[in-house]
Design a protein around this ligand. Structure first.
Ligand SMILES: [Ca+2]
Length: 278
């Protein structure tokens, strides 16, 4: 039985990697392809590079960076919005409020369009990046949680352990992948960000971000952001859970915040290995 599972795994490896060695004639797997115990997943910590003000009434559900500004989607019925935010001051420089029926969620940038999900209305909205003029609506069958764009397809989460890849023009599902860590499903995938070939995902109700290989769904790293929002900053605010990841690819700057957090942080990841590179 175990042998059979191993053979299946080998077949999958061969099918997905054209350069793999073929099994030898006697059926024995080449040594390099022997299945191994799942590797331990590294846990990264962080260093704060800068902290910036963040609107403590913004229930952050979607966050992205473009051309010097943050774009943010905020949730809650009656308070849901799309906003353009000045990074350094946290000042909202452009605002679109959604109808009270909608609880806004994930946000992605595709070309000159902002695409915004809603939680349970099975409906999303496309806006012009510059004017926030609403251009279109689109539908999907699941809840809407996180959204990002990988340069070709949209990547969407719905609170489960599945990531959906969707056509950015039609929003039709192209494919999906199950997210796993050492063989176990990782659910509660929330706000997303495409960063250098990986999907970063907030895990809802935790201080953890998962780094996910989008081709396999494997979690290749955890980021532990425990303590990022200090007790002093938390005091007197309604600050809720960590949520919101944005990336500036040109400056290689990683930004994170949370729901109703008074601060937004630029952070650097710190390798778990004491001998690791900085
Ligand atoms: Ca994001």
């Amino acid at each position: 039985m175990i042998r059979k599972v191993q053979s299946t795994a080998i077949a999958l490896l061969l099918a997905t990697n054209a350069s793999c060695l073929a099994p030898s004639d006697d059926g024995a797997e080449p040594a390099a392809l022997q299945p191994q115990q799942p590797a331990e997943i590294p846990t990264y910590s962080y260093r704060v590079v800068h902290s910036f003000p963040h609107d403590p009434t913004a229930y952050t559900q979607g966050l992205l960076y473009d051309n010097g500004f943050l774009y943010e989607s905020t949730g809650q019925y009656g308070q849901s919005s799309l906003r353009k935010v000045e990074l350094e001051t946290g000042t909202v420089v452009q605002l679109h409020q959604l109808d009270d029926r909608f609880f806004a969620e994930g946000l992605a940038l595709f070309g000159n369009r902002l695409l915004q999900l809603t939680w349970r209305a099975n409906k999303g909205f496309a806006y012009r990046l510059d004017s926030f003029e609403q251009l279109a609506e689109f539908a999907y069958p699941t809840e809407g949680w996180g959204l990002t764009y990988d340069g070709e397809l949209l990547v969407m989460s719905d609170g489960s352990a599945t990531l959906y890849f969707r056509d950015p023009f039609t929003f039709a599902e192209v494919s999906r992948v199950a997210v796993v860590a050492q063989g176990r499903p990782v659910s509660q995938l929330n706000e997303l960000e495409w960063i250098a070939g990986e999907v970063f995902a907030n895990i809802w109700q935790t201080d953890t971000i998962a780094r996910i290989d989008p081709a396999t769904g494997q979690v290749v790293g955890w980021i532990d952001l425990t303590g990022l929002l200090s007790n002093a900053d938390r005091r007197g605010s309604n600050a809720e859970v960590l949520n919101g990841i944005a990336y500036d690819p040109e400056g290689e700057r990683l930004f994170v915040t949370g729901k109703w957090w008074p601060k937004l942080y630029q952070i650097e990841l710190v390798s778990p290995s004491p001998k690791g590179t900085p």
